[in-house]
Design a protein around this ligand. Structure first.
Ligand SMILES: Nc1ncnc2c1ncn2[C@@H]1O[C@H](COP(=O)(O)OP(=O)(O)O)[C@@H](O)[C@H]1O
Ligand SMILES: [Mg+2]
Length: 256
């Protein structure tokens, strides 16, 4: 049996005394594509920010490739992870955000190269080759020497994807990456994610409101509601066949 690459075990998260996640149990397998759907405020972003080490769980464990993310061993005891431990585990994880946060003063190519060179200390020539390859993959081979301000929103988001891919993550996280884009730019970005999903064997977790897209690429869909995974199954089971009342009501908002 293959072991999960990510496991959430009874994960809770509260901000002050507001309980946002209430016992998340979730296994993600290598190369699995997982879509998370659910109403605004249900905790989708928080689930993936904890995996990206941007939010610390209030309780419970997140295990990445066999290693506890937020806890480390010290003198035979599990203690709170330090920055070095978090950084080392996070090395396997890439994320694309709703707002792409490219460096405005760097070219597209430089944007892709900076983290592997300066954070991971990789060889510049190798990183450059890989960056050129990834920019080609997202259809921006001819924009490498341009600056972010010269690109459309859809192109910027594709740069953000290339930049994440250059890090060669085992797990890629996508948080509503098309929701800040003009409608006519959504398709090109989904097409790139679809291509990555179909051809790459890394695990992917996608928060999305694009139900047809989830049906097409997701191996597993979770419906999150008020901090609880209410439904979990194949895309067909969750999006088309579920009788869960809250889920049906949520999905009806996406049908015209
Ligand atoms: N840093 C924070 N401080 C306080 N409350 C937060 C913070 N981040 C998220 N929340 C709250 O947690 C809940 C879940 O947020 P989020 O995970 O962003 O939901 P979703 O992505 O499903 O819209 C919301 O009520 C939100 O206001
Ligand atoms: Mg969100």
């Amino acid at each position: 049996m293959t072991e999960p690459i990510v496991q959430y075990k009874k994960v809770h998260k509260a901000f002050d005394d507001v309980k946002v996640l209430k016992g998340i149990d979730l296994d993600i397998y290598p190369s699995e594509k997982v879509a998370i759907i659910g109403p605004s405020g249900s905790g989708k972003t928080t689930i993936i920010r904890m995996l990206m080490t941007l939010e610390e769980p209030t309780s419970g464990d997140i295990i990445v490739d066999g290693t506890n993310l937020w806890k480390m061993e010290k003198k035979g005891e599990l203690v709170r992870a330090n920055e070095k431990h978090l950084r080392s585990v996070r090395g396997d994880i890439g994320m694309v955000f709703q707002h792409f946060n490219l460096f405005p003063h760097m070219t597209i190519l430089e944007n892709c190269m900076t983290a592997p060179i300066h954070v991971k200390g990789e060889d510049k020539k190798e990183v450059e080759e890989r960056s050129i390859e990834m920019l080609g993959r997202v259809g921006l081979g001819d924009k490498m020497n341009n600056y972010p301000s010269q690109l459309s929103g859809g192109q910027k988001q594709r740069v953000a994807m290339a930049r994440a891919l250059v890090m060669r993550p085992k797990i890629m996280l996508f948080d509503e990456v098309t929701s800040a884009l003009d409608p006519e730019l959504v398709g090109e970005v989904l097409e790139v994610i679809r291509d990555i999903a179909k051809n790459d064997d890394m695990a992917m977790v996608l928060v999305t409101h694009e139900m047809d897209f989830a049906l097409d690429i997701a191996d597993k869909v979770l419906f999150l509601d008020e901090g609880v995974i209410e439904e979990q199954g194949s895309a067909q089971e969750v999006i088309n066949d579920s009788q869960n009342k809250r889920l049906r009501e949520f999905l009806s908002r996406f049908r015209n």
